[in-house]
Structure formats: structure tokens, C-alpha cells
Design a protein around this ligand. Structure first.
Ligand code: BES
Ligand code: ZN
Length: 605
């Protein structure tokens, strides 16, 4: 625990990195990457510039996973490149292998030449038939939380920030884009150069290569997507520039130059990933009616919470995600109104309660202990929604004007730094909860280290949802048929709440009635279809089987597919269906999604 006063503040240790951060800190990464689709490999060299922190720093320890290292050299201003002595440690299933490089006294850089594994955990390689266009291959990285080490040997800790540059070679005609400066008008000649002049943590280094078109969304925003999706993406994301303006008014200038989006193929394992200057997004949010663009607000919000002020270790992950969900809702409220923000808030609390019922109580704290575990285990609604509820509570306590001022100050004060929960807590007590009265009115310690949701927390509520609940009650009570329910004007959120409120057990004829009245099976909204398929699996409803199979074959977003496999695995029949579908779907899934589904189904190759 850090202490204040004259005692030295001990920086929190990152248990998910082998790096000797007390001795050496890498400051710049210079990459040379050749993208080999046939081999499913990056052939690469990484030159790392570093500073010595300790007096007797004679080794540099890097994180790696499954890298085939062919050369390690050190560089000094006096002697140029020299072969270096190095050792690769035994692989740990979560952390990978340490690469320990002996540093000559005058060395200021090292260069590692290597190839990635075809099964690198941070890369996905797609065949042409797995893309929208069907003609060109596609590849992309996903570095958060600790997968950067599977494609770059580096200090893979969010407590370290680096600038980076990269030269990328691709087959002709394909476009490479990175979480760096991108030139939408550059020639597609297979040779690309990138610079990221702002220091970022390693989990934000990102690359994608494929057949990509670009459309501007104003002067400083735009979208990249495969040609078949570019128009849909352009219209879905037309509010992006307005979102940036709203966020700037609330929290200060956007510090990253451009804000572009990249729509990935449907196997992208997450909804979105806040890679700086270039958010990566799943195509499943292209609903046609902007109903799922809170995800853009979310990833944009990370430009302040996460990318500018970063969690120093993965146990501080709630600092990234809790703040971001809070800001996401503020952007949604400013742009689409309070009613929509409230609905999204209530849906968030429903998701939180679902997780709280299943998690060990020790994992329901914000400042979670992840020692000896994969940091992805901390990726629950606790970090997101409990974190956001905490900030909401603080806002309520001091008022919105004051809280906005506090957050603006926080982002400024810690900009381009990685901080711990204790750093936040100290700043909070010094800058917001300054009087004894205010600090006694919010149980900060209980929020950070207590289980579940603190007693008396202020929770979002939605009038629109009260009306939805009435309609559910009419139908369940037999007072009205589905077709005669008052659903006119319902948006995606009302539908999601409607589906969530239905009784667990429904008869075949009830399900058929719902589907006939509301055409749920043929909905083009991936979230609505997801909720509906869950219900039909639980009730062994056969008419949606084809839709279920198509959904699981088309989409690889973990949040959407994993619960469907989990629900199927509950019964013997469902389980064998799940196995059959998974056998076909697995080759198209990203390693992150496949690993999670493997665990649910007890799958082994
Ligand atoms: N940074 C996360 C995604 C992430 C977290 C990847 C942890 C790997 C490890 C991103 O900002 C995120 O939260 N995405 C959400 C969408 C959001 C609207 C809640 C997702 O992908 O579902
Ligand atoms: Zn996020």
C-alpha cells in the first residue's frame, strides 16, 4: 500500500509483467513488420530505446509469448550494433516467457529480430472467405490486456508508456492502419510508415491490414471499413464529430489529433477497442438506426479515461472502464437525451446484477486482486458498471458542475500518466471530498474494497422501462395478446428490457406468438437477436435453431456468442447441439473467443 507523508511511496507492482521496471524503462519502440498471410506470421524487428532508472541496471527483461527470436543486439552511440547475450525463460501459461537481455554499460537501445507464431494470442488471420469482400485476406491485432507480447517483445505493462514508429510491408493493394497517424489518402503500395508521437501503454499498440475503404466524418474523424460495409458505417457513425465536441466541452481538448474508427470483420472478439486515433469496432453495432452507437461514445471516452489517464496495473482496470462508462452515458445524454441514457444505465445495472450473482464475492470489489490469474478475469461488469455507479454517486454528492470541474482537473493533472487506485483515491480526497462532511457522506473505501453495490447507492431508473414492465405484465397475465401490446415507438432499449423481463420459462406457443407479433428471429439488431436466442435456447424452442446456427457461424464477438454456448451447455441436448455448431464455428473465432468457449464446453482439440 502506498503511504503518504515522508515515507517513500512504493509504486504498485504489476504482477502481469516480467519487466524490471525499477531498473530500466523503455521509452520508444521502433517496429519493422512484414505481414505474411500465407505463413500467418509477422516477420519483424523491434528496436527499443530505454532509460536506466536504477544505478546498477545491467539487464533488460522483456515480456514475450510464443515469439521465435532469431537475433538480439544492443546498440550504443560509441559501438553501433553488437550481438547481445540473452536468455528466454520457461513459458508461463498466463504470462508467457521473460526475455532477459544483458546490457553493456553504454547501451541505450536493443534490437530484437523475431517471427510471431501462427497461433499468436494477439493476432487473428482471416482467409478471404472470412471477410465481407471475400477476395482478400485480413489480419488484426488485439493487444489488451497482455497480448502485445505475442507480437512485440516489450515491457508489456500499462504502467509503462512509449512512443512508437513502424514500417509495415503488406501485399500490394491492401491497406495497413495503426493506432498512430494514418493517412487515408496514401497510396496502397504495400509499404506504410506510422508514427505515434504521444506516449501510450503497450496494450494500445494496434495494427490491421485488409481491403479497407475510408469515408470522412468531418475534419478530424472518419471511418475505415471493408468496401461492402463502408456506406453503412458512414451513416451509422454520422454523429461521431458531435460526440467529440460534447466530450471536449465536458472534459477538455481531444489530445490525439484525429479520431477514426475501423470496422473489423465479424470475428472481432470485442465490441470495441479504444486504440488511440483508431477505435477498432465490431460490425455487429451497424444496426441501421444508430441504436448501438453508445459503443462509439464509450471508445471515444477512453481518449480521456484510459488512454490519457491509464490504469497502472490490471487490478486498477476499473479506473479505465468505470470512468469510461460514466462518460459514455454523459455523451449519450447530451446527444440523445436523458431518457436514452437512463435506459442504457438501467440495462447496465441489470448486466451488473447478473455478474454479481455469479461472481465470488472477492471479485465484486473494484480494486480486484488478480495475482496469479489472467487479467481478463477482471473484465466483468463490476469494473464497468459498479465503477460508473461510484462516479454517479460522487456526482450526486457534489453536483454536476462541481463534478465536471473535478474530472477536467483529474484528466489534466494525470495526463499521459499511468495511475493506481490509491493515486485516484488520494486525488479525490484532496480535490473533491475536501470537507469532513463530504467525505463522510460517501463511503469511498466501501466502494473500492467492499463487496457488491454499497447500501443506499443511487441507481438509475427509467420511466420508459416502467411502461415496458406494464406491457410484460399484461401479456404474462393473459390480459392481452402479444399483437395487442402497446409497443409503438419502442426503441432497441425497450425491446432489450422487454426480453429481459420475460419469465424464464415460456411455452412453445408463447414463443411462437412473440415471434409472430414482433419478428424477433429476423431482427437485424445483433443485441436483440442475442437476447431472443438466449430465451429460445432456455426453452428448447426449435424454430430458431437455424438462426442460432447462422448467428454463431457469422459472429465471433465473445460477449454475444459465449452466453449462447453457456445456455446450450445447460442441457444434454443443448450441449450436443453446441458441440456440433462449435466444431464448424471454432476455426473462424479469434483465440480470445475460442479460449472462452473451449472452457465452457470442455473442448480440447
Ligand atoms: N477496452 C475495452 C475492451 C477490452 C477490455 C479488451 C479488456 C480486452 C480486455 C473496450 O473499451 C470495451 O470496454 N469494450 C466493450 C464495449 C463497451 C461499449 C462496454 C466491449 O467490447 O464489449
Ligand atoms: Zn472500455
Amino acid at each position: 500500500m502506498p503511504e503518504t507523508g515522508d515515507v517513500t511511496v512504493e509504486r504498485a507492482r504489476d504482477v502481469h509483467s516480467y519487466a524490471n521496471l525499477d531498473e530500466v524503462r523503455v521509452t520508444h519502440v521502433e517496429l519493422d513488420l512484414t505481414v505474411l498471410f500465407e505463413e500467418r506470421q509477422l516477420r519483424a524487428a523491434a528496436m527499443l530505446s530505454f532509460e536506466r532508472v536504477g544505478d546498477d541496471a545491467d539487464v533488460l527483461v522483456l515480456d514475450t509469448r510464443d515469439l521465435h527470436i532469431t537475433a538480439v543486439e544492443s546498440w550504443s552511440a560509441l559501438g553501433g550494433f553488437d550481438p547481445a547475450t540473452y536468455a528466454i525463460g520457461m513459458p508461463d501459461p498466463v504470462l508467457g516467457s521473460p526475455l532477459t537481455i544483458t546490457l553493456p554499460p553504454d547501451a541505450t537501445r536493443v534490437r530484437v529480430t523475431y517471427e510471431t507464431s501462427p497461433d499468436a494470442s494477439g493476432l487473428q488471420w482471416l482467409l478471404p472467405e472470412q471477410t465481407g469482400g471475400g477476395e482478400h485476406p485480413f489480419m488484426f491485432t488485439q493487444s489488451q490486456a497482455i497480448h502485445a507480447r505475442s507480437w512485440i517483445p516489450l515491457q508489456d505493462s500499462p504502467g509503462v508508456r512509449v512512443t512508437y514508429g513502424a514500417r509495415v510491408k503488406t501485399p500490394d493493394g491492401l491497406r495497413a492502419v495503426m493506432s498512430a497517424g494514418n493517412d487515408p489518402n496514401g497510396p496502397l503500395d504495400g509499404s506504410y510508415r506510422f508514427d505515434m508521437p504521444q506516449p501510450i501503454p503497450s496494450y494500445l499498440i494496434a495494427l490491421a491490414v485488409g481491403e479497407l475503404d475510408f469515408r470522412a466524418l468531418g475534419d478530424r474523424a472518419g471511418v475505415y471499413a471493408e468496401p461492402s460495409l463502408i456506406l453503412a458505417a458512414e451513416s451509422e457513425f454520422e454523429d461521431t464529430a458531435a460526440m467529440i465536441e460534447v466530450a471536449e466541452q465536458l472534459y477538455g481538448p481531444y489530445r490525439w489529433d484525429r479520431y477514426d474508427l475501423l470496422v473489423l470483420p465479424p470475428s472481432f472478439p470485442f465490441g470495441g477497442m479504444e486504440n488511440p486515433r483508431l477505435t477498432f469496432a465490431t460490425p455487429t453495432i451497424l444496426a441501421g438506426d444508430k441504436s448501438l452507437v453508445a459503443l462509439v461514445a464509450h471508445e471515444l471516452a477512453h481518449s480521456w479515461s484510459g488512454n490519457l489517464v491509464t490504469n497502472a496495473t490490471w487490478r486498477d482496470f476499473w479506473l479505465n472502464e468505470g470512468f469510461t462508462v460514466y462518460i459514455e452515458r454523459r455523451i449519450v445524454e447530451a446527444l440523445y437525451g436523458r431518457a436514452r441514457a437512463d435506459m442504457e444505465g438501467v440495462l447496465g445495472v441489470e448486466a451488473l446484477n447478473f455478474d454479481l450473482e455469479r461472481l465470488d464475492s472477492s471479485d465484486t470489489v473494484l480494486h480486484i486482486n488478480l495475482d496469479g490469474r489472467d487479467p481478463d478475469e477482471g473484465m466483468t461488469q463490476v469494473a464497468y458498471e459498479k465503477g460508473a455507479l461510484f462516479l454517479r454517486q460522487l456526482e450526486e454528492l457534489v453536483g454536476r458542475t462541481e463534478f465536471d470541474r473535478f474530472l477536467r482537473g483529474y484528466f489534466n493533472h494525470f495526463s499521459f500518466q499511468s495511475i493506481t487506485t490509491a493515486d485516484f483515491e488520494a486525488y479525490l480526497r484532496e480535490n473533491l471530498l475536501v470537507t469532513d462532511a463530504s467525505s463522510s457522506r460517501v463511503a469511498v473505501d466501501e466502494w473500492l474494497r467492499g463487496f457488491g453495490i454499497p447500501e443506499g447507492a443511487s441507481m438509475p431508473s427509467s420511466d420508459a422501462f416502467t411502461l415496458v414492465e406494464e406491457q410484460v405484465a399484461y401479456w404474462v397475465g393473459g390480459d392481452r395478446t402479444a399483437a395487442s401490446l402497446e409497443v409503438a415507438g419502442w426503441t432497441t432499449f425497450e425491446w432489450l428490457h422487454f426480453l429481459a423481463q420475460l419469465p424464464q420459462s415460456l411455452s412453445t406457443s408463447q414463443l411462437a406468438e412473440l415471434d409472430q407479433a414482433f419478428e424477433l428471429t429476423s431482427s437485424g439488431n445483433a443485441e436483440i437477436v442475442h437476447q431472443w436466442l438466449l430465451i429460445t435456447i432456455r426453452n428448447a424452442y426449435l424454430p430458431t435453431r437455424d438462426r442460432l446456427e447462422r448467428y454463431l457461424l457469422d459472429i465471433g464477438r465473445r460477449k454475444l456468442v459465449l452466453p449462447l454456448y453457456q445456455a446450450m451447455a445447460e442441457t444434454a441436448d443443448g450441449r450436443s447441439l453446441a458441440m456440433n455448431i462449435y466444431r464448424q464455428a471454432r476455426p473462424g473465432y479469434h483465440p480470445i473467443t475460442a479460449n472462452s468457449v473451449d472452457a465452457v464446453l470442455g473442448w480440447s482439440e
